[in-house]
Design a protein. Structure first.
Length: 236
């Protein structure tokens, strides 16, 4: 499960996943408690404790997605400038554009939840992410226009030299913005046993920076927010 406001990933066991499904279905803890007690023939008191534990875990999340920056040096900055200066004029302009987008993403990661940021970047969270072994190496970029390919190259150039790690989430948000005329969606998943999360973009059948994933996400928006229905997988 992805808790959208904090960007925190939760791996749920079977009982917690069932409780989340009931919260989604019934809309509040009271009705979910009654449904849980009826389904498993357990006392209301015990069901209430179990539901309350899950609700507390969700509503108390405050994790930050901000990462610590590298410390740029004068020589490093000069080296990056020289690399940029040696580029052709169209690539120079594309790099400047990409840098502006990366700055917007950095500010957004610190001021709003992932769902709102993704929507504002023109790459909304996908509602149908499913477990998949599909991987993409951005080979689909061959079908894009020359300008789009140049912009994507510039984004990678900037993220490789950025003061923060060029994480898959940063890359996906910037990529989605650059491909927004293709109606991109931001997909989120877990890799392997769920210790690592991954973000990638899909747009009109094209896939960018995808890796095989084993987890399905349900996005939650905190207290009072109605969560999308879970797919029922214990691995989310």
């Amino acid at each position: 499960m992805l808790h959208v406001p904090s960007g925190t990933y939760l791996k749920l066991d079977g009982s917690a996943s069932t409780i989340v499904d009931l919260l989604i279905e019934h809309g509040d803890a009271e009705h979910a408690t009654a449904a849980l007690a009826a389904r498993f023939a357990i006392p209301m008191e015990r069901a209430g404790v179990d539901v309350a534990a899950v609700v507390t875990a969700l509503t108390s999340l405050r994790a930050s997605r901000a990462s610590h920056p590298r410390r740029p040096t004068a020589s490093g900055a000069l080296s990056v400038f020289r690399s940029w200066w040696r580029l052709s004029n169209p690539l120079k302009a594309a790099v400047v554009k990409a840098m502006a987008m990366v700055l917007v993403v950095e500010v957004g990661l610190r001021t709003m939840d992932i769902g709102r940021l993704a929507a504002r970047m023109g790459v909304p969270l996908a509602t149908g992410t499913s477990v998949s072994d599909r991987a993409g190496d951005d080979g689909d970029a061959d079908s894009l226009s020359v300008r789009e390919q140049r912009d994507l190259w510039a984004a990678v150039w900037v993220l490789d030299r950025w003061v923060f790690d060029g994480t898959c989430l940063r890359r996906a948000l910037v990529t989605g913005f650059l491909l927004r005329r293709h109606h991109p969606e931001l997909h989120l998943g877990l890799i392997g046993e769920g210790e690592t999360s991954h973000a990638w973009v899909e747009a009109e059948g094209m896939t960018f920076n995808a890796l095989p994933v084993t987890g399905i996400f349900t996005a939650t928006g905190g207290p009072g927010h109605r969560m999308p229905r879970s797919t029922g997988s214990d691995a989310v």
